[in-house]
Design a protein around this ligand. Structure first.
Ligand code: DAH
Length: 455
């Protein structure tokens, strides 16, 4: 539980620092016996990426199928239902119920290709555009923008290429959606860094939908959006500065991102907090003092040299940052619940328009919540993320929150959890009958799929 919270609260890969102090057995417990997951050590093994998907050089490839020299079933599809970044994706290629190396549910497939960040009148699109404008204005249009890179990436791209350690919790089936043991739904936009370096890009902004298995509350949703920014420097840029490359990049990084924070939030107080990311050193978080409290805006740092090796040059340095668009948009537009970003209700969508950052959202009304508690004896493999996946799969966006309200272990060593599920629609009042029906189904599935004993 502690582990999950540590990861999900900040939703940042920096949380590895919490985990490195935990015993391997607690990490194992966290990931063991998950439905539809292979044994723990299996999915940590490194995979021959270059053999399996040599052509996944998004956004350049139009079709990767013919180039995948593998005897396995190709990842990319035959009957296409979706097309993202020139890659055709069929549901059967992403959701494979009988495959133990796949944990992508239908509800997640339904979000692929939605690309909220590409809608001009959507808060996420408006925010993206405002950040683009900042970089265009201050860096003479040097930053290239990518916002259509396919979210299906290899384990190598998502983790290995950005130096995420083999035992990092974010690699577990509990935290990440695996299409198969070599392929995931990207859990961060950093997954594209190495590929873009390899292809010679030196200034870029990548925006995209990212996917993480997580708990349920008003700020967590299994799909959200990030923007990654990267700038490369060559030795001639810092040689006259009296600084070494790392110090020069760190100074430029701080100046550039302080400018960005001002562009978004106005003349706010800011502070830099040292942190840890696997891909940068030094690493920082930028915080601003906003609406009476310190708030994290983004994570960033000077790129690890090993990642820059992808460029084939050893004499350059780079800075990189990553930010969560929902987190910032919720504050800037006063959006109280992350589910609203997905709403197609006109009363939501009509409130936002291109170029208007920070227009305050007016709630159209708050419908009454309905609470349902359920208690059960957990087993070793139980995780809150697995429970939440089941609840979301059944109730969709009608579930507002899942909270552990009671937790005890009896004399026989059996542990009981009681969860409170809050159901509430953002658009209408729910009837008792419909909630009861959902709750019956939730209880059944929790018992059958998680093998817990209801009390
Ligand atoms: N990928 C990180 C995350 O999802 C965010 C991030 C932090 C990206 C620091 C960066 C960076 O490029 O330098 O938590």
């Amino acid at each position: 539980m502690l582990i999950q919270k540590a990861f999900s609260v900040s939703r940042s890969l920096s949380t590895y620092r919490y985990l490195s102090s935990l015993s391997s057995s607690s990490i194992q417990m966290h990931t063991a016996n998950l439905p539809k997951s292979p044994p723990f050590c299996n999915f940590l093994k490194s995979t021959p990426f270059s053999i399996y998907l040599p052509s996944l050089s998004f956004p350049y490839s139009t079709s990767s199928i013919s180039l995948a020299k593998s005897t396995r079933k190709p990842l990319l599809p035959i009957a296409a239902l979706l097309e993202i970044g020139g890659v055709k994706i069929a549901k059967d290629d992403v959701v494979k119920e009988s495959d133990p190396t796949n944990n992508v549910p239908d509800s997640i497939f339904a979000k692929l290709g939605m690309q909220l960040h590409r809608r001009e009148n959507h808060p996420l699109g408006i925010l993206k555009k405002t950040i683009h404008d900042y970089f265009d204005t201050n860096f003479a249009g040097k930053f290239e923008k990518f916002d259509d890179l396919c979210p299906i990436v290899t384990v190598k791209q998502n983790f290995d290429d950005v130096l995420v350690p083999p035992d990092h919790v974010s690699r577990s089936y509990n935290d990440t959606y695996y299409v198969n043991s070599d392929t995931v739904l990207r859990c961060h936009t950093s997954a594209h860094q190495a590929e873009l370096f390899r292809n010679g890009h030196t200034h870029f902004l990548v925006t995209g939908d990212v996917y993480r298995r997580d708990s349920i509350d008003s700020t967590h949703y299994p799909v959200f959006h990030q923007m990654e920014g990267v700038r490369v420097f060559s030795p001639e840029e810092w040689s006259g500065s009296g600084m070494d490359g790392t110090a020069y990049a760190a100074t430029d990084l701080k100046k550039s991102l302080e400018g960005l924070a001002k562009h978004l939030f106005g003349d706010v107080e800011m502070r830099w907090v040292d942190t840890y990311f696997p891909f940068t050193n030094p690493s920082y978080e930028l915080e601003i003092f906003f609406q009476g409290k310190w708030m994290e805006v983004l994570g960033c740092g000077v790129t690890e040299q090993a990642i820059l090796c992808a460029t084939g040059r050893t004499d350059i340095v780079a800075w990189a940052f990553g930010l969560g668009l929902e987190r910032l948009a919720m504050v800037l537009f006063d959006i109280p619940d992350i589910r609203l970003f997905w709403s197609t209700d006109e009363r939501f969508t009509s409130q936002f328009s291109e170029g208007k950052l920070g227009v305050k959202f007016k709630s159209f009304s708050k419908f009454p919540p309905c609470y349902k508690d359920m208690s059960f004896w957990i087993n070793d493999g139980f995780t809150e993320n697995n429970l939440c996946e089941i609840v979301r799969g059944i109730a969709g966006d009608l579930v507002e929150e899942v909270t552990l309200i009671d937790n005890f272990t009896n004399k026989k060593g059996m542990t009981s959890h009681c969860y409170r599920i809050t159901y509430r629609s953002m658009e209408r009042s729910l009837t008792d009958d419909e909630i009861n029906e959902l709750q019956v189904k939730v209880r059944e599935d929790v018992q059958n799929k998680l093998k817990v004993v209801l009390r």
